[in-house]
Structure formats: C-alpha cells, structure tokens
Design a protein around this ligand. Structure first.
Ligand SMILES: NC(=O)c1ccc[n+]([C@@H]2O[C@H](COP(=O)([O-])OP(=O)(O)OC[C@H]3O[C@@H](n4cnc5c(N)ncnc54)[C@H](O)[C@@H]3O)[C@@H](O)[C@H]2O)c1
Length: 254
C-alpha cells in the first residue's frame, strides 16, 4: 500500500457522537471531506441536523442521528439506523462528553455520577453497540475522546469527577482493545489538551491562567486533532490498539 493510501477514508462509514458542535463537529466535517460517510450523532438533534446540513452543502455525505450516549437502547438504535442504511460500519468515534467544576468536598454523589455516567458509560454503550455489529462484519476501529486530564490534574479548576472519568475512559479503551482484538476491532483514544470550544469558552476567565502552562503558548484549535483521529480510524494505524495519542501543545510534558 502506498504511503498516503493507508489514510484513505473514501466510502468508509462511521459515527461520531457529540458531533453537533465543538470537537465532534470539526471531526465530522473533516472526515466527511476525506470521503467518509459520517453519522452525526448528538443528544441535541437540532445541532446534529445543522452539522449534517453543512457537510451536505459542501458536497460531502452525512446523516444526522439523535443519540443519547448514556442510554443503551438509544446507542443500539444509532447503530441499527446506520447499518440498515449503509450495510456497513467501519469506524466509531465516541466523543460526546462533559464535566462540572465543583470542589470535591462540595460535590454530591449525583453530580459526581452524572459526569462518570456521561464520560465512561457514554463511551462504553456506543462502543458495545458498535462492536456487536463489527464483530460479525469483519471488524472495525473505535476511537474515544479522552483528555489530557486522564493523566494529569488540571489547575486551578476543581474538576475531580471529570479527571477521574477521563482516566476511566483511557482504561476502558485499553480493556476493550484487549477483549475485541480477536474480532479485528481496534480501540484507541485521543487525549486533547485545552481546545477552543463551547466547553472551554464557558470558562474563558481561566484562559490567561492556562496559557503559561502550555509550552506552545496557545489553546488548541479542534482542527489540531483531526490528524490523530484520521490516523486512528484509517488503515495507517492497523497495528495500533489500546493506545492513546496526546495532542496538547506540550502541556503534559511539564
Ligand atoms: N474542549 C476541550 O478543551 C477538551 C479537552 C479535552 C477533552 N475534551 C473532550 O472532547 C469531547 C468534546 O468536547 P467539546 O469541547 O467539543 O464539548 P462541547 O460541550 O462543545 O460538545 C459536546 C457535544 O456532546 C453532546 N452531548 C452531550 N451529552 C450527550 C449525550 N448524553 N449523548 C450524545 N451527545 C451528547 C452535546 O450536545 C454537544 O454537542 C468531550 O469528551 C470532552 O471531554 C475536550
């Protein structure tokens, strides 16, 4: 296979959760532009519809799917919707996620569990639904959006539930990679550093505090993540499973 052919995504079919906005939206647009058919999945169907319309307006291919990643039936329905229409599923990107900013001493069990449910069960459930199909259809590749917070504790914000959930996401990635390698299913993750999205814009007062801690001296653009995801959903990463690519401007080096 020629070098760049390994990255070819032409006619590959897959879903991206949380693709109505933010990182997921940028991934959906770029991966569709690379020739793939992308199911834009989000709990907020209106944003999924908008992302999908933008992709189609560019002459690329997408469908919008309502999916709640914390709901097992909703995740199974998402996979059925895609495979009924296209009769294949090559990749899945479990990107939907979020957190809260609460000091650990003030956090209720409910607040803690909401983040754990979204960022761990919200990766497990679509992964399970996708792998159930891929297992009987020649395999596939799953990529989870973890975070640099899986391996460091961000300061000064107090986000212990988020940090814990992303560490769980990393280990879930490795566990599924080991269990599903026998079916030709690869499972990897990408760990972004600070990226400019609605999530981080909500706490823009933190940005001046973060910048001195980022060796590259800037907050990332979601487009900075596209290469890592394309590598992991393409054949270029055929021998990579259970691994994580940190894309953080050098934050976790210091
Ligand atoms: N922005 C960052 O700096 C950053 C850094 C590291 C990791 N991440 C991770 O990247 C991912 C995307 O982050 P973002 O900044 O684009 O977030 P965002 O808040 O801008 O977008 C998240 C998307 O997920 C959707 N969503 C939320 N709950 C859902 C559910 N239950 N089911 C389906 N969809 C749901 C939302 O509707 C939204 O469209 C998250 O997993 C986040 O933890 C973000």
């Amino acid at each position: 296979m020629k070098c760049l052919e390994m990255f070819n995504l032409q006619d590959r079919v897959g879903y991206i959760t949380g693709a109505g906005r933010g990182i997921g939206k940028v991934l959906a647009k770029n991966i569709a532009a690379a020739g793939a058919i992308v199911a834009v999945a989000d709990i907020d169907k209106a944003t999924a519809d908008r992302t999908c319309a933008e992709i189609i307006a560019e002459g690329d291919r997408a469908i919008a799917v309502h999916a709640d990643v914390t709901d097992e039936i909703s995740c199974a329905d998402m996979i059925t919707r895609i495979t009924d229409q296209y009769d294949r599923l090559d990749f899945g990107i479990n990107n939907a996620g979020g957190g809260n900013e609460l000091p650990a001493l003030d956090m209720s069990k409910e607040d803690f569990m909401r983040v754990i449910e979204l960022n761990i069960a919200g990766v497990f459930l679509p992964s399970k639904a996708a792998a159930s199909y891929m297992k009987d259809h020649g395999g596939g590749t799953i990529v989870n959006t973890a975070s640099m917070s899986a391996s460091i504790v961000n300061v000064p914000q107090t986000i212990s539930a988020y940090n814990t959930s992303k560490a769980g996401c990393r280990h879930l990635t490795k566990s599924c990679a080991v269990e599903w390698a026998q079916y030709g299913i690869r499972v990897n993750s990408v760990s972004p550093g600070y990226m400019m999205t609605e999530l981080t814009q909500r706490i823009s007062h933190m940005h001046p505090l973060w910048l001195p801690m980022i060796p590259q001296g800037r907050i990332g653009d979601p487009a900075d993540l596209v290469g890592a995801f394309v590598y992991l959903i393409s054949d270029a990463s055929a021998y990579a499973t259970g691994t994580d690519i940190i894309v953080d401007g050098g934050y976790t080096c210091i």
